[in-house]
Write a protein that binds this ligand. Structure first.
Ligand code: SF4
Length: 491
């Protein structure tokens, strides 16, 4: 949780906790199982797999494409490395053949209806998003039904996955001071906003420079630059693709994509032809061809809609810090890049590093998992991160940036997670537009109309989010058992 590239990851939709996490977990287990089969010279027909999904994963996993993610991960796919077509093809192959090439190696029987178990009434105490993978001896073995390998994994939000030992270590690190953790290998190990701000004051560095110094322990300058550019490139392409792709989103709700229609509406009165939102870059230093003073906010909503419709369709996105909330940071960053005078690549890097610093604080001191925190832990955190990123690009002081991040969360506290039909569509897609516009408002309030002095600190608001998440009823935490999910008819 110390790297920008753990908070921002290139992945696939629709969910970081329910799609990306399970795919990574399945991939990890598949590799271990394939090694064991090879080392023990077992025949592929002597083994079979069992996958058990618990809690929130079982309750909303169908709508979140957890089943396909498991099949793809077992077949060797990874969200960071595999193209969406490759993932779809792997899933199709398993379902058509009832066979699976384990981590791309041994071909074993795998009957999804028999081997994947949805345990909707069971949870593991460690985390609501739990999975159990087993490699068993099959009926062809001399002793059928024996457990050859068993591992539990936990998908804790934002695409982070831990086995049991790793999770326990993480929990223990959370209760340690920074100097006692792996973070001590970093020049600036911070665990709270207060510490981060003190480090900035003592060193004279900005937040993004603190992050940069830490990041250099893990990567070269060239790698950092290249990976930041890649993040913005994926975000920008996602916005463009979302504005150019029409049709219905997958799933029972048959939700139509709105971004292409809004893009056409926004550009219909433009004196110049715009093929996609990236064409707005030509006006960034002046000459913006629209007269409605609030139309830039409409664009921001469009950017967020476009990304989240792509996410809902299983497209390539940047987890920021989760997939359900993947539209907020790109929309606000696009606002900076397309509309703010003087915006440039260095500013884009500064935005992402500052936003990531705020994401790290939430990850460490609360959670990015909607199954633990509700939507305040997804769209709320994304709003807070984006507000800080934009405030940094507006040359806010460190106190103003911290204030922007705090405002971004303060007015998302208590936000529940209640996706209709278990799909990451309603209210998720539109909610990202609210998160993005709120982030811009927060940054402007903090930087243009504030002096950095404020009543509620970022650390206090993060702790308040955590406590609110703990107190929130389970039916509002990514289970689709309450809220809109039960008051809107799925037909
Ligand atoms: S309601 Fe919020 S937290 Fe829940 S799935 Fe949708 S975006 Fe994610």
């Amino acid at each position: 949780m110390n790297s920008v590239f753990e908070i921002f990851k290139i992945g696939v939709g629709p969910s970081s906790s329910h799609t990306m996490g399970p795919m990574v977990a399945a991939n990890r287990f598949a590799n271990r199982a394939a090694d064991l089969i090879g080392n023990q010279s077992l025949l592929p027909n002597q083994v079979r797999l069992s996958v058990r999904l618990y809690g929130s994963l079982a309750l909303t996993g169908v709508g979140h494409a957890t089943d396909g993610a498991i099949l793809a991960g077992l077949s060797g796919c990874l969200p960071s490395k595999s193209q969406t077509e490759e993932i779809a093809s792997a899933v199709k192959t398993v379902r058509a053949s009832n066979q699976l090439a384990l981590a791309g190696h041994q071909v074993i029987d795998f009957v999804e209806a028999r081997d994947v178990h949805w345990l909707r009434n069971e949870t593991m105490p460690e985390h609501p998003n739990a999975m159990k993978f087993q490699l068993l001896s099959s009926d062809n073995a001399t002793q059928p039904g024996q457990i050859l390998l068993e591992e539990d994994y936990f998908s804790t939000g934002g695409g982070f996955v831990y086995d049991r030992n790793e999770l326990l270590q993480l929990i223990s690190n959370k209760t340690s001071s920074a100097s006692n953790t792996a973070a001590s290998a970093l020049p600036y190990p911070f665990i709270s906003a207060e510490e981060l701000l003190k480090m900035c004051s003592h060193s004279g560095l900005r937040i993004d420079q603190i992050i940069d110094a830490n990041e250099r322990v893990m990567r070269t300058d060239a790698e950092i630059t290249e990976q930041l550019d890649a993040l913005w490139d994926v975000m920008k392409r996602c916005i463009d693709r979302g504005c150019q792709t029409s049709g219905l989103l997958p799933g029972s709700l048959r939700v139509p994509r709105r971004a292409p229609r809004i893009f056409r509406q926004l550009t219909s009165r433009s004196p110049v032809t715009l093929q996609c939102p990236s064409d707005l870059l030509q006006f960034k230093d002046g000459g913006y061809p629209f007269t409605d003073p609030l139309q830039q906010l409409d664009w921001v909503s469009l950017f967020a809609l476009a990304v989240n419709e792509e996410n809902a369709a299983g497209g390539k996105i940047v987890t920021a810090p989760t997939n359900g909330a993947a539209g907020v940071v790109p929309a606000v960053l696009a606002y900076y890049m397309f509309f703010m005078p003087g915006a440039n690549r260095a500013g884009m890097h500064r935005f992402l590093k500052t936003a990531a610093a705020i994401g790290m604080l939430y990850k460490r001191n609360a959670s990015l998992s909607a199954a633990e925190m509700g939507c305040q832990g997804e769209v709320g955190v994304a709003c807070s991160m984006a507000a800080a990123g934009l405030a940094a690009c507006m040359n806010g002081t460190i106190e103003q940036i911290e204030n922007a991040a705090e405002i971004g969360m303060e007015h998302n506290l208590g936000l529940t997670c209640d996706p209709v039909a278990g799909l990451v569509q309603v209210p998720c897609i539109e909610r990202n537009t609210m998160g993005a516009t709120k982030a811009i408002n927060a940054a402007r309030l903090a930087v243009l109309y504030g002096d950095g002095q404020h009543f509620v600190s970022l650390d206090r608001v993060i702790e308040t989010m955590r406590q609110t998440g703990v107190d929130m009823q389970v039916k509002y935490k990514e289970t689709s058992l309450g809220g809109l999910a039960v008051n809107v008819v799925d037909c």
